[in-house]
Design a protein around this ligand. Structure first.
Ligand SMILES: *Cc1c(COP(=O)(O)O)cnc(C)c1O
Length: 461
């Protein structure tokens, strides 16, 4: 029998849908989806059979067979696309896998906010409408010394909003050495253009002098901006005025001084090797009028952006109508409030905020985890691979402290048959997927972000 003849033997959709074997699928997925999926299964089969890639005589198979294929496809659609992954990448704050994970208290706060109504802009005492910033402003000012603060979706939003509010149609002066791009999608010059301000570049990439700023100021100047060049470093023949010099100059001209701080440390991270991340407080003490930061980088909270600084400027920013488009939702605000509250006790913050805990933990604690995890991996691989614990270095990530190697411990795996890249792929296929890295032609699982051995061994089933 030729293929076309065989295909005539396919059962009708209606007969399959009427089959008792189909009842449970219809109950779960609905009749329409089951019918659409079966139709897709038949179409695919017909095409494959005509192309000689499937056996035409399979057309005779009974309803149960076709329902089985359709159900498998439908089950796949129930699996979420966003999945938990295990960070053994050697990058503590990795943008592609969601940056910081939340402290338990912050996650609980977000959960509560997700599953109940909250007084996000409602004054309970007065029973009247309030402002979204009220819950967080007091904490932020207490932790940073700022007079006032507002919160938006991320640092890019913070910069866009602040520039629009303070420098729309006017000039903002920036050094050429600070016109940064972060992660390919954030470019300071482009955000500035979108904000409506006019970019006035001064100096050269490696050197900008006080006189460059002095010469650039005119009647159209509205703002001086300094961007923390967090993801690259110019070394060698370089110079730039200190923030204090620049803000003193801005003040003498009656101009606000804004600093895009990027990572936004609340406590000093120098003891953990992160030397070039000034705190928000320090930046304000050097007379910055407005500081913007990300909340999901070294701060260790949810994705959000804080704008902190002088009251009168924050009020202008808050009243700007872009604020509405950039505001955070209740889950984010709850998680951020809980994260910031942990900072009231810095030791607690270091212990409970995962990003800070991972950054600050001792190399011995990383090694201990690595030893235990390596035993599970040895057992799992048997004699297919060599598993060893090695000294390694990792990075803070997300544009922070790019040139600083943080000491770490990795598990290095060499497989008898699989190349390092194939091994990496194999680990990404586990459930949950484990994200390692290949460096120096060696596949590694960095252990700095692993708190418990089960975080890795749960995937090895
Ligand atoms: C990360 C970063 C940004 C962008 O912040 P997002 O929170 O990712 O929007 C802007 N400026 C600097 C200096 C940064 O490091």
């Amino acid at each position: 029998m030729n293929v076309k003849e065989s295909l005539k033997g396919l059962p009708s959709l209606e007969s399959i849908l009427g089959d008792t074997a189909c009842a449970s699928a219809i109950k779960i997925y609905g009749r329409e989806r089951v019918r659409d999926t079966l139709r897709k299964v038949f179409d695919t089969f017909r095409k494959a059979a005509l192309a000689g890639e499937a056996n035409g005589s399979d057309a005779k198979k009974n309803s149960t067979y076709w329902i089985g294929i359709a159900t498998a496809l439908l089950e796949k659609t129930l699996e979420p696309n966003l999945r938990k992954v295990v960070n053994c990448s050697g990058i503590i704050v990795h943008t592609n896998i969601g940056r910081s994970t939340l402290a338990e208290e912050a996650a609980n706060a977000a959960y509560l906010s997700a599953t109940s109504n909250v007084n996000i802009e409602y004054r309970l005492a007065a029973g009247e409408r309030g402002d979204r910033d009220e819950a967080l402003e007091g904490l932020i000012t207490q932790l940073t010394g700022a007079e006032a603060a507002t919160v938006v979706n991320n640092n890019a939003a913070a910069i866009l909003l602040a520039l629009n509010a303070l420098s729309d149609q006017m000039e903002t002066i920036v050094s050429r050495g600070e016109l940064i791009e972060i992660g390919g999608s954030f470019r300071l010059p482009e955000i500035m253009k979108k904000s409506g301000c006019r970019l006035k570049e001064v100096g050269a990439t490696n050197r900008t002098h006080m006189r460059d700023y002095e010469e650039a100021v005119n009647e159209n100047t509205a703002l001086i901006l300094r961007a923390h060049t967090s993801n690259y470093k110019i070394i060698g023949f370089t110079s730039q005025p200190t923030l204090k010099e620049l803000s003193t100059f801005a003040k003498s001209k009656g101009l606000p001084m804004m600093v895009d701080l990027g990572s936004g440390a609340i406590i000093d991270l120098a003891p953990f090797g992160i030397k070039d991340e000034p705190t928000i407080r320090e930046t304000l003490e050097n007379d910055a009028d407005i500081v913007t930061v990300s909340c999901d980088k070294l701060l260790g909270g949810p994705q959000a952006g804080i704008i902190a600084g002088r009251k009168e400027l924050i009020q202008r920013i808050r009243k700007n109508n872009l604020k509405r488009a950039l505001r955070c939702d209740k889950m984010t605000l709850s998680a951020l409030e809980a994260t910031l509250r942990l900072y009231l006790n810095p030791e607690k913050a270091l212990r409970e905020i995962p990003t800070l805990r991972h950054l600050s933990r001792s190399i011995d604690s990383v090694r201990n985890i690595a030893m235990t995890v390596s035993l599970s991996l040895k057992e799992w691989f048997g004699d297919e691979a060599t598993v060893s614990v090695i000294d390694d270095v990792c990075l803070a990530g997300a544009g922070s402290a790019p040139e600083i190697d943080i000491p770490s411990i990795s598990i290095a795996i060499t497989h008898r048959k699989l190349s390092p890249n194939k091994l990496a792929e194999m680990f990404r296929k586990l459930n949950p997927p484990i994200i390692g890295r290949v460096d120096d032609d060696l596949f590694r699982l960095d252990m700095r972000c692993i708190d418990k051995p089960s975080e890795v061994s749960d995937s090895l089933t």
